[in-house]
Design a protein around this ligand. Structure first.
Ligand SMILES: C[S@@+](CC[C@H](N)C(=O)[O-])C[C@H]1O[C@@H](n2cnc3c(N)ncnc32)[C@H](O)[C@@H]1O
Length: 372
């Protein structure tokens, strides 16, 4: 298959399966996947619809923004089980793992659980699909179920205005869309809607009529600011570490002012209104998954939350996500000093967690309208 040309800024998560890797440090995202899957199984049972004489013999499912694992395995396994139950286990499955071309696919395939064998004796086959998911990555009308988790908040780029000192949307004092400036929010929201539209246009060509597109994205409750939730505390703390380094003369003030994380967390109402307008998919369901607290994350890992353990988990998660972005925009030499400061500052700010909202994770099910 020809590789989709990468057009967006490419910020992959930290590869490998070593101590700083996304593979070892994505337990928070994993709890979201586990919680989302409860409803997804029911959605597959009730909403996936193919004509009785046209049940796919090879059922194709793709994870857009799969990363290096292991969370994608949890999701793909649950989806296959649910489809197998619905169609009496008669299908063969093809599981397509999509991410940017520089995602560490080697780690992904090296760690595939035994349920995903390469052997042709089995009924589940796997393949990697490198490329930007804002464009086409699969053949026309070839996919039965598209899935994505914690990936669509990543934008193809920052809106130009947020790094422009002459724009009212200049985001000088923050490194992310914290929600405080309406002009900054407007610029990020427009970029998000344009990217999501491109994603939906591409999936509309790839997914067959009656097929589903299921995704989870972190968002904010209507009327709330991103800075009021855990993620805001994480990115706010990171921004203040960068500012400290600029104050100490270790990095330039201009670099910090120009640095923005290309991410947008939509309010659920905004996302719902946008999806309702889509001509190719019907919106079957949208809801906020019950929030996952850091205590939940700890208890699922059989750990007692302490300041040290929460700081260690949060620092590792933020590093696995942000290391490449920091490397590209601030410089490789800054990675260690930034994250050393992050751990110290986060433990000092630990008490603020109690005042923060737990993140809102929005789960969406769309159905491809039948092609006439
Ligand atoms: C936070 S990770 C989530 C991974 C996994 N879905 C999970 O739940 O743990 C986001 C992933 O989306 C990928 N991603 C972001 N933008 C993308 C794009 N435009 N095309 C393909 N992959 C993208 C990133 O490379 C990264 O691997």
């Amino acid at each position: 298959m020809g590789r989709q040309q990468e057009t967006s800024a490419v910020y992959n998560m930290t590869g490998g399966d070593g101590p700083d890797s996304y593979y070892r440090n994505s337990i928070f995202q994993r709890t979201v996947v586990e919680d989302a899957m409860k409803a997804v199984k029911k959605d597959i049972e009730e909403r996936l619809e193919f004509p009785i004489d046209n049940i796919p013999k090879t059922f194709r499912v793709a994870d857009f923004g799969c990363c290096v694992g292991p969370n994608t395995f949890v999701a793909m396994q649950s989806i296959i089980e649910a489809v197998g139950l619905k169609y009496d286990d008669k299908s063969e499955f093809e599981v397509l793992f999509n991410d940017h071309a520089n995602n560490d696919f080697n780690t992904l395939f090296r760690n595939l659980p035994s349920a995903f064998p390469f052997s042709s004796q089995e009924t589940i086959f796997c393949a990697g699909v490198p490329g930007d998911f804002h464009g086409r990555v699969l053949p026309r009308a070839s996919l039965h179920l598209g899935y994505s988790s914690y990936a669509l908040q990543w934008l193809s780029k920052n809106p130009d205005q947020v790094a422009d000192p002459n724009s009212p949307a200049w985001n000088k004092d923050s490194i992310y869309c914290d929600g405080h400036s309406p002009q900054v929010v407007k610029a990020y929201s427009a970029q998000f809607q344009s990217d999501l539209q491109n994603f939906l246009n591409a999936r509309a060509q790839e997914i067959v009529g009656g097929g589903l597109l299921i995704f989870t994205i972190p968002g904010v409750p209507n009327g709330a600011l991103c800075s009021q939730n855990y993620h805001g505390l994480f990115y706010g703390t990171l921004g203040s570490c960068l500012q400290d380094m600029a104050n100490e003369g270790l990095i330039s003030q201009e670099k910090v002012e120009a640095f923005n994380i290309p991410m947008y967390y939509p309010p659920i109402q905004e996302l719902e209104a946008f999806l309702q307008e889509n001509a190719d998919f019907s919106l079957e369901r949208i809801y906020a998954i019950p929030s996952v607290t850091l205590e939940d994350v700890h208890s699922r890992a059989n750990m007692e939350p302490t300041i040290a353990s929460v700081t260690s988990i949060v620092s590792a998660i933020v590093r696995a996500i942000m290391e490449v972005v920091i490397k590209q925009h601030i410089g490789e030499d800054s990675v260690e000093p930034v994250f050393e400061r992050f751990s110290v500052k986060f433990s000092q700010n630990y008490h603020k967690l109690a005042e923060m909202q737990t993140p809102t994770n929005i789960s969406v099910v769309l159905k491809r309208k039948a092609l006439i």
